[in-house]
Write a protein that binds this ligand. Structure first.
Ligand SMILES: [Zn+2]
Length: 291
């Protein structure tokens, strides 16, 4: 992930020149975000029609008072190498461990849910399946497609893939076709910025570069709306959370830090399932972290 950043300098020159030239794309993007803005305020919008039937949207305090649904976060799924640091073992889970952990979830009666279900539960009290859990993957790594999705499929589980769009099609990352396939199979494709820039350090320009353009890219690949976001490094910034909503997002995911009192939907907690955990460790961690 960090290695990626070092290779970006050259790309960014290309990127910014195309950004300036592509005024048509920018106009389309403005229209698209305009549509999304409308959808937020219109109670009759088809995307919220189901939810509207359930009742009034919950207040922030009501959202915070609900039982939290466990959300797991994965990065690389591969065997450790001698060159990996000990710290990296938190973000790298060997396939055999991953397989055992997912099996444990199935054996323990967990059912995977997707962000729309979580959103409707938090806002409108829509019922969830028994023992709900969300499984998420960050950073676009290819092994999430080859190993991750394959393991989930054994149990009929669905996951959420937070894509860093700069990596699409690069070696060891997923291609457009693979992302589309995941989407078609019922997994959710969501945003993780263009090049993993820290959200707390966004400039005005980054709302186009790191947010609107990646949304358009992913929507073009999947043919579906992109409405969920995960913060790189899990780092959010209270003063900017309203802007994510203005840019068309329904909710966003942090790591295991504290939720924002005003914007709990934009600070939904996740825990990392470290490569060093046993399945039992994971089970205990889920129950300790989500109350
Ligand atoms: Zn990331």
């Amino acid at each position: 992930m960090r290695n990626t950043l070092f290779t970006l300098a050259a790309l960014s020159v290309l990127f910014f020149s195309s950004c300036v030239e592509n005024s048509k794309a920018e106009k389309e993007s403005t229209i698209a975000s305009g549509m999304k803005d409308q959808s937020k305020i219109s109670a009759n919008d088809p995307t919220t029609a189901d939810s509207a039937l359930v009742g009034k949207k919950a207040s922030s305090a009501e959202v915070l008072a609900k039982k939290e649904v466990p959300v797991l976060c994965y990065h690389q799924i591969r065997d450790w190498k001698a060159s990996d640091s000990k710290r990296a073992h938190d973000d790298i889970i060997p396939p055999a461990n991953f397989s055992q952990h997912i099996k444990m979830l199935a054996d323990s009666g967990y059912h995977t849910i997707l962000p729309d279900e979580l959103y409707d539960y938090l806002n409108y009290d829509k019922p969830l399946p028994e023992k709900p859990i969300m499984i998420t993957f960050d950073d676009t790594d290819l092994d999430q497609y080859t190993v991750g999705a394959k393991e989930l499929k054994k149990y009929g589980f669905k996951g959420v893939f937070f894509i860093m769009t700069v990596s699409i099609g690069r070696p060891r990352y997923m291609s457009k076709a693979q992302i589309k396939e995941l989407s078609d199979e019922g997994h959710v494709i969501a945003s993780h910025t263009w090049n993993h820039k820290n959200f707390a350090q966004f400039t005005d320009e980054d709302w186009e570069v790191q947010i609107d353009k990646p949304t358009k890219t992913l929507e073009a690949i999947t043919g579906k709306k992109v409405e969920y976001f995960a913060y790189p490094y899990g780092v959010s910034k209270a003063a900017s959370l309203h802007k994510l909503e203005e840019h068309g997002f329904k909710a966003a995911f942090i790591l295991s830090t504290k939720r924002d009192l005003e914007y709990p939907l934009f600070t939904i907690r996740r825990i990392i399932d470290p490569g060093t955990y046993t399945a039992k460790n994971l089970y205990n961690s889920i129950n300790k972290s989500f109350k």
